[in-house]
Design a protein around this ligand. Structure first.
Ligand code: BES
Ligand code: ZN
Ligand code: ZN
Length: 529
């Protein structure tokens, strides 16, 4: 095999002869090959899509590497006729003594940016996907130290690799786990290494937040109980945030009858988490609220068993809150955030809430529980009420709330219900940068009427028919919010990834953690948060 590579190298015209013989020696030293650590080093270089068959449109970094290698990379690439298309890769071996593999990945057309119909920055998205594919291919080859081209957007490049390399295999035998890979940014030819490293670190931290969300969502519900969720969050955040773990008695004293009505079917005790990050002094924190149902069986209105295992991810809202806080605190954003996470299991049992039962939320409103599977809104009702006590400048809640939002938007975007045009614009802007999209949905009175029509109580928890299910759920939550800047994100449709997002593997997605971090970053630039 080594000989055939050398043959190919020889075929390349204009190649420096002394270089070839040096390379040949390099290749035949097979013992050296298997024992030297150096051989596990690989490099990812970006190229732009280019129709020409006699030139390669390299990124700045890639061009420098090619120059240093006496043009070998471009010449090898040009030995085949077909130019690289966006998302495609070529792997070269033995073109540089330092790297056993040099993988060239195509990052799309030069100068691509905001796409209005797609509501996404295409350039950044292509970079994420291209480097993701590259590092995964190199990991397959056994490379364990990979230097990656910034591709003109260091942050996006770092996000792509760190998100792609995530895998939750803690519960598997050592030999079935994905090997660890060290990645770094190829900064050696950069004019300003420091700012490049800084950008790289920011991208890595954004991905790290999302990866925490993914890990929490993926964990099986027998291991990730409400109590364990609180423990992990404490462990992850305690050095940067204040974490208060409230128990059932506390929730009772706060009159959180709606939250407790969901928890009562399970032997696992409920937990209410209150987290504070104070990156600046302020009297009006930004409030985050996340649905933390560690398993949703549906309760007495029990779900069909097929696919029910996915309901271990029904704490996706809570996970995204935790992931966002991890990144916000690691980035030391100058912002004051308070987070509220109601955690419980939704189980059927002799002590579970029954259809038709009436419960009372913290704000005194009574709720007829017509369907115990519509439990997310019940636990959020109390959490939203409680969050209002802290004079928040805005409230953003996230919840895997309805199957209906999945029917409406699929995994294309998280559904956003908000009473503020301004907040909507900010969140949308954040999502264009992150590539993790949002789409606005209505909060019409039309839907409110469906949930206020109730035989026994002030509200019913399902809104009559199935029509507009995501909208009636949002209308229900609206009954528990007075804040003028409220955003509700229904993230049930984006809960898991089945190949839609190229740089996220299959499984729980941790979406839209990076959008929320970016949103908080935008808000930290406003004066009063
Ligand atoms: N956790 C589910 C929603 C869900 C569905 C999340 C699919 C992730 C993927 C929620 O608690 C639920 O069961 N909602 C019901 C509401 C209905 C009974 C009004 C639903 O969407 O069917
Ligand atoms: Zn449910
Ligand atoms: Zn649920």
């Amino acid at each position: 095999m080594a000989a055939s590579i050398v043959k190919r190298v020889n075929r390349v015209k204009k190649l420096n002869v002394s270089h070839i013989s040096a390379r040949y020696k390099f290749l035949t030293g097979s013992r050296h090959f298997s024992t030297s650590k150096q051989w596990n080093k690989a490099l990812v270089l970006g190229v732009y899509e280019n129709e020409s068959t006699d030139s390669i449109d390299f990124t700045g970094t890639a061009r420098k590497f090619d120059e240093k290698a006496d043009g070998q990379i471009s010449q090898l690439l040009l030995t085949v006729k077909k130019p690289l298309k966006c998302g495609k890769t070529r792997t070269l071996h033995a073109v540089d003594p330092e790297f056993s593999s040099v993988l060239v990945t195509c990052i799309g057309k030069r100068g691509e940016g905001y796409d209005e119909l797609e509501t996404v920055d295409k350039g950044r998205e292509s970079i994420r996907a291209a480097v993701a594919k590259a590092v995964l291919q190199l990991r397959e080859l056994g490379e364990n130290e990979i230097e990656v081209d910034s591709c003109g957007d260091t942050e996006a490049s770092a996000e792509g690799c760190h998100l792609a390399l995530f895998s939750y295999d803690d519960l598997k035998a050592e030999k079935s786990r994905k090997p660890a890979v060290r990645i770094s940014c190829a900064t050696r030819y950069s004019q300003d290494k420091n700012s490049m490293e800084k950008e790289w670190r920011k991208g890595a931290i954004l991905a790290e937040g999302q990866n925490l969300s993914r890990r929490l969502m993926e964990m099986p519900a027998n291991l990730l109980t409400p109590t364990k969720f609180a423990e992990i969050v404490k462990e992850q955040l305690a050095d940067k945030c204040e974490v208060l773990v409230r128990d059932k008695d506390w929730a009772e004293s706060m009159k959180m009858g709606s939250f407790l009505s969901v928890a009562r079917g399970s032997v696992e005790p409920p937990v209410f988490l209150e987290i504070e990050y104070k990156g600046r002094q302020s009297d009006s924190p930004l409030a985050l609220v996340g649905k933390g149902v560690t398993f949703d069986t549906g309760g007495i209105s029990i779900k069909p068993s097929q696919g029910m295992d996915a309901m271990r991810g029904d704490m996706g809202g809570a996970a995204c809150v935790a992931g966002s806080l991890l990144s916000v605190s690691k980035l030391q954003l100058p912002v004051h955030v308070k987070a509220f996470i109601p955690l419980c299991e939704n189980m059927p049992s002799g002590s579970a809430t029954k259809p038709g039962d009436v419960v009372t939320a913290m704000n005194g409103k009574t709720i007829q529980v017509d369907n115990t599977d519509a439990e997310g809104r019940l636990i959020l009702a109390d959490a939203l009420c409680y969050s209002e006590q802290f004079n928040p400048s805005l409230i953003l809640d996230m919840a895997t709330l309805t199957g209906a939002i999945d029917v409406a938007l699929g995994a294309g975007a998280a559904g956003v219900f908000t009473n503020s045009e301004n907040m909507w614009n900010k969140l949308q802007k954040a999502s264009v940068r992150s590539g993790d999209r949002v789409w606005r949905m209505p909060l019409f009175n039309h839907y409110t009427k469906k949930i206020t029509e109730c035989q026994l109580a002030d509200l019913n928890n399902i809104g009559g028919s199935r029509s507009g299910g995501a909208c009636t759920a949002a209308a229900f939550l609206k009954e528990f919010v007075n804040n003028k800047n409220w955003l509700h994100l229904d993230i049930a449709g984006v809960m898991s990834n089945s190949g839609d997002v190229a740089y996220l593997g299959k499984g729980m997605s941790g979406r839209p953690t990076r959008t929320v971090i970016e949103f908080i970053n935008l808000m930290s630039k406003e004066t009063n948060n």
